[in-house]
Design a protein around this ligand. Structure first.
Ligand code: BGC
Length: 349
């Protein structure tokens, strides 16, 4: 290499390093500017659980600002379309960000997002919609914050079984079997699959005799669940004794359907959800729902925020505690009429 050429390549390296420092888009290991820019992309704008989690996340990140580190947060959604979400992630990267928090539209299709992030050296914390293990292992700066869906299914089954054992009147026609319908979240979602499976298995293990009337997908959505339940109520009249729902929004859709169908509350089936959203806690208090399982959005939001800051600062206090160095698993908690007030108080604090 000629002297002139060598000088040129040294210059090019110096310029590249300087540009990296200025853009602040690296993995955070070397930082000259102290602004942490976090890009949050949810799968839709219409999911109350996800919106509540994203609000908490924003709040937590803002509260973690220090004198020497400003934090900016940009929250967007993927319009329920994986292509759109990929484009939004690309725009966020182009606009400049240090850490991405992604709630995938399709948890089996994160490849383009991972490729983009890796090319630009921007760590991703996936949340709520879990990529498969092989995808998460594609690169060392990929993380996941969520829950163990099986645990929520088991808890829901236990709460329902206890309630049914203590309230023989649930078996309205006294035939020794509980006629039930199940409202399912979304085909392919890890939570829908395991919750459906384990809530029913647990009820059976607890020796509740079940008769399945119908399983209906309602995409986690209150309105869709109400429609499905309207049809089932027309078909079975007051013959449904138990509604098991993969989440609270759909359980509240069932409540709405019974309210509008004009049945007295005493004729309603017992209804169980998952999430512990404010409306569901109120419905339990009012006796319209009998239980739910608290999906700790506050804990998940806090862990995502802590991880984002740590990654940016190049620290690993919390990262050290992650399962396989990648997974944070939040604990679910059972909610029923006797402890619902504690959860309501927690929300208003
Ligand atoms: C929640 C649902 C939510 C879904 C979105 C689940 O963990 O329980 O309420 O709609 O995640 O992915």
């Amino acid at each position: 290499m000629s002297k002139k050429c060598r000088k040129k390549s040294v210059c090019a390296v110096v310029v590249m390093v300087a540009m990296l420092c200025i853009s602040g888009c690296g993995s955070g290991k070397i930082k000259s500017d102290k602004v942490l820019r976090v890009g949050v992309v949810t799968y839709t704008q219409d999911d109350p659980f996800i919106n509540a989690l994203a609000d908490k996340l924003k709040e937590n990140l803002k509260s973690m600002e220090t004198e020497d580190m400003k934090i900016t947060v940009s929250v967007k959604n993927g319009n329920d379309d994986q292509q759109d979400q990929n484009d939004i992630v690309e725009e966020m990267i182009d606009a400049g960000c240090d850490v991405l928090c992604v709630n995938l539209v399709d948890r089996t299709a994160p490849s383009r997002i991972i490729r983009l992030a890796k090319q630009n050296d921007i760590p991703i914390i996936f949340f709520n919609r879990e990529p498969v293990w092989e995808d998460l292992m594609q690169w060392e700066d990929l993380y996941y914050v969520g829950c163990d869906a099986e645990q929520s299914g088991v808890m829901q089954g236990e709460i329902a079984a206890d309630y049914i054992k203590n309230h023989p009147e649930v078996d309205k026609n006294q035939d020794g079997e509980i006629q039930y319908v199940l409202l399912e979240g979304e085909a392919g979602h890890q939570d829908a699959i395991s919750r459906t499976d384990f809530s029913v298995k647990t009820l059976i293990e607890k020796e509740v005799n079940l008769e399945k009337l119908s399983y209906q997908f309602a995409d986690w959505n209150r309105g869709q669940a109400e429609n499905r339940m309207n049809r089932l109520i027309s078909q079975y009249k007051d013959g449904i004794e138990l509604v098991i729902s993969n989440n609270d929004e759909m359980a509240l859709g069932a409540v709405e359907a019974y309210r509008k169908a004009g049945y007295e509350q005493a004729e309603w089936p017992v209804i169980f959800g998952i999430d512990g959203l404010d409306d569901a806690l109120e419905a339990i208090k009012a006796g319209e729902m009998q239980g739910t399982v608290y999906n700790d959005k506050e804990d998940q939001a806090l862990q995502i925020a802590k991880l984002a800051v740590e990654i940016f600062r190049g620290e690993d206090v919390n990262r050290n505690k992650l399962k396989e160095g990648r997974y944070y698993v939040s604990e679910y908690q059972p909610v029923y009429s006797s402890n619902v007030e504690d959860f309501i108080k927690r929300q208003t604090r």
